[in-house]
Design a protein. Structure first.
Length: 366
């Protein structure tokens, strides 16, 4: 018997292992006809808690095995972290499959960015037929009925894939109008493939565990800190008229310095989760205070850690009006008035991507 929440095989022997449920609770739930959840899922659903030792890491090798389930793939991405969740290493495994792309969490973008603009941008970035791109929000229900009808029309069995924290399980709960699959703000909530039946449509969607990554800011955080970083509402926008010898911090992990000779350098917007501290200061103060501010005044990280424990890199970018610099697992810099030359210092493992702007340069008054 498998856990209804995460799909792992239930067991009553090893309390620290996956799928554990006490024999007493198991028998009680079976006799009452209630859904049977492992201790881990019950803790996440009812107490919002996940012990670090109970978290399993799923890799691309695991994903290869899951892909044998169906020919049709539902590739779910997080629109607020597009470049961190739309990944070449996953795409390389999908060449023999028919892939349908779902950009989840559309509700996190500013209202000023219209749905049709997002769709045009996404099609351009994905380089796939328009019909294969679906926008959705499992939180407010946007696009769920449309996605339901699309899946019914285009196949009978789908395998949902994606990296951790893109909202696959939430999306499937919205499609099935249930709360059977365990949903949490912790990475790696789903442990095994979990089939979900859309009875009225005659469709089965197999939910798979999220693939863990190593190049997002979120990957540098503890399990509990990752849940804090995930945005709960629309991304915050911060507008900067940047000057030389000034520094902007996006939390403790990202430092942005102006390297233009002109002053003011230009104008840019930062789009970040509400939990990220944004602070502008003189570059000399930044040099002196970064270590002491890291994880205290500048968050994330949200719990104690030393900046010296990480290896850092410094990259320089010259960006034009309308371009964006995306920081995997954190947010992005949108150039409202350029050109702007920036020096960005951040952990060596975190990937940056220059891209066409998701947010147009004239969206906000300056």
């Amino acid at each position: 018997m498998k856990c209804k929440g995460c799909g792992v095989e239930l067991q009553t022997v090893d309390e620290t292992g996956p799928g554990y449920i006490s024999e007493k609770v198991l028998n009680e739930r079976l006799s009452d006809g209630r859904p049977v959840l492992c201790k881990r899922c019950f803790s996440m659903k009812h107490y919002g808690r996940l012990d670090a030792e109970n978290n399993l890491v799923h890799s691309l090798e695991n994903l290869k095995a899951y892909l044998k389930t169906t020919g049709d793939i539902l590739y779910v991405m997080d629109l607020s972290d597009f470049n961190g969740t739309f990944r070449g290493d996953i795409l390389s495994l999908l060449t023999d499959h028919r892939v349908h792309y779902v950009l989840n969490k559309v509700d996190l973008l500013p209202l000023e960015v219209k749905i049709e603009e997002i769709k045009i941008w996404a099609i351009d970035m994905l380089k796939v037929p328009e019909r294969r791109v679906r926008l959705a929000s499992s939180l407010n229900g946007y696009g769920i009925n449309s996605l339901y009808a699309y899946l019914k029309e285009n196949g009978e069995n789908y395998t949902a894939v994606g990296v951790t924290n893109v909202g696959k399980s939430s999306l499937l709960n919205a499609l099935t109008r249930s709360s059977e699959i365990t949903v949490s703000r912790f990475p790696g909530t789903t442990l095994e493939v979990t089939p979900q039946r859309l009875e009225r449509a005659g469709i089965t969607v197999y939910d798979t565990p999220g693939v863990f990554t190593s190049d997002r800011v979120s990957d540098l955080l503890s399990v509990s800190d990752q849940s804090v970083l995930l945005p709960r509402k629309k991304l915050e926008r911060y507008t900067m008229q940047f000057h030389s010898e000034r520094t902007v911090f996006a939390g403790g992990f990202v430092r942005i310095d102006a390297v233009n000779n002109s002053d003011p350098v230009g104008i840019f917007h930062l789009f970040m989760p509400e939990s990220v501290s944004i602070h502008e200061t003189n570059s000399s103060i930044a040099d002196a205070q970064w270590d002491s501010w890291f994880g205290s005044f500048l968050k994330p990280p949200f719990t104690g850690s030393a900046r010296s424990a990480l290896t850092w890199k410094r990259e320089r970018y010259s960006l034009k009006t309308g371009q964006e610099l995306h920081v995997n697992g954190l947010g992005w810099i949108n150039i409202a008035k350029g050109p702007v030359s920036l020096s960005v210092t951040l952990p060596e493992s975190v990937r940056l991507t220059v891209r066409k702007g998701l947010v147009g340069p004239k969206k906000f008054k300056r």
